[in-house]
Design a protein. Structure first.
Ligand SMILES: Cc1ncc(COP(=O)(O)O)c(C=O)c1O
Length: 375
């Protein structure tokens, strides 16, 4: 099989599986238990944290392990609600955020717990300073804008947004679920205050992620418990966390090689589309540093290409995995294309272990599907 759906999820590394199994077998104790084996599990979690703290330059208690990117995005909104409890809360986000953030904003808005301005990016997919300036209000507390969009692969200018937030004394959270492992983020905390991560997008396991806080001491923790410094309750799993740290460490150790592979293959795919003169437009063809290649072809529907490739055991998708059952417009594409064109969209997302010959086979299959197509 040729797996080109890495934006949906990635295959766990063997070392990730082994770490999980070893820790779950030997160090299964509850890390909050005050006995020796509990302390050993707790030590393992502390060791795992240093991988994150060394890379991101944040304090140990700034790492809140969660069940994944979705929970991290929900948690930052809950923390803001708690932080400013009793005050009017307005937040700024965008119309192209992942559903985990967008839907939660809508829900909190419906419940009357905060008000939200949703910025629709400009025609090139970018959020501008002018838009932020227009959106900001006296009661704005948080700006939450993703780094890389899961459907278009377009990345936002976190430095500009961070500077804007500093100037206006606003908190800045970014959903880095698609960006971590695909862009260099070691200096990101120069610009952001909080960041969401998910392990399964970088060859870790599903069910674990993190919300990282630059200055945890500045936040009011909702709970008194010692667990996760009162930011999140529940037993934490040393095995999941250790395996998450292992895949993060694998990325950090091989960073240049990994990023080069993604960039090289991305350019190769786009150049081969052109070389073969396939009537397929790449949404963000000039974008650097994204593993997501959003494609549109008026020659047929996205579903057609996805199914045609599927029959050749080449796996791509037609929209972000959590939306794959919904029909109609794709929110992320609205700034870029009229909605009637959205059904012509499909997504190729490459990974660290994708090969040039897999790209060749995909181009060949696409060419073949166009030759035998039906609209
Ligand atoms: C940008 C973005 N944010 C958040 C998530 C949710 O992450 P998880 O699947 O770990 O809940 C995803 C998953 O596709 C994503 O692409």
């Amino acid at each position: 099989m040729i797996y080109l759906d890495h934006a949906a999820t990635t295959k766990p590394l063997p070392i990730v599986l082994k770490t999980y199994q070893d820790v779950a077998k030997q160090y299964f104790a509850n890390p909050a238990s005050p006995h020796h084996v509990g302390e050993v599990a707790d030590d393992l979690i502390s060791q795992a944290k240093t991988i994150f703290t060394d890379y991101f330059h944040i304090p140990q208690d700034g790492i809140i392990f969660t069940s994944g990117g979705t929970e991290s995005n929900h948690l930052i909104l809950d923390l803001v609600l708690h932080q400013f409890n009793g005050e009017p809360i307005h937040i700024i986000t965008s119309t192209v955020e992942h559903a985990s953030l967008y839907d939660k904003c809508q829900l909190l808005e419906q419940q009357g717990r905060l008000s939200v301005t949703y910025i629709t990016p400009a025609e090139n997919g970018q959020i501008t300073k002018q838009q932020l300036t227009k959106a900001v209000q006296p009661d704005t507390k948080l700006v939450t804008i993703q780094l890389i969009n899961s459907e278009t692969g377009i990345s936002q200018d976190s430095e500009m947004i961070g500077d804007f937030c500093k100037d206006h004394q606003l908190l800045f959270h970014t959903d880095a679920v698609q960006a971590f492992g695909k862009q260099k983020l070691s200096s990101i905390f120069n610009y952001v205050d909080a960041l969401s991560l998910s392990a399964h997008k970088i060859h870790g396991l599903k069910g674990v992620g993190a919300l990282l806080l630059k200055q945890p001491k500045e936040w009011r923790a909702p709970f008194q418990s010692k667990t996760q410094a009162g930011f999140r309750q529940g037993t934490i799993d040393a095995g999941l966390i250790a395996s998450f740290a292992v895949c993060v460490n694998d990325y950090i150790t091989n960073k240049n090689k990994r990023l080069n592979t993604l960039s090289r293959l991305r350019h190769y795919f786009i150049s081969q589309l052109k070389h073969e003169q396939l009537p397929i437009e790449v949404i963000n063809s000039d974008e650097e540093g994204s593993h997501i290649i959003g494609c549109l072809s008026t020659a047929s529907y996205g579903d057609y290409f996805q199914q045609a490739l599927n029959r050749k055991q080449i796996y791509v998708s037609t929209r972000s995995a959590c939306h794959s059952n919904t029909i109609g417009a794709i929110r992320s594409l609205i700034p870029l294309y009229p909605t009637e064109q959205h059904q012509h969209y499909f997504r190729i997302s490459i990974g660290y272990f994708t090969t040039k010959s897999e790209i060749d086979a995909t181009i060949f299959a696409l060419k073949n599907s166009l030759e035998t197509r039906t609209l």
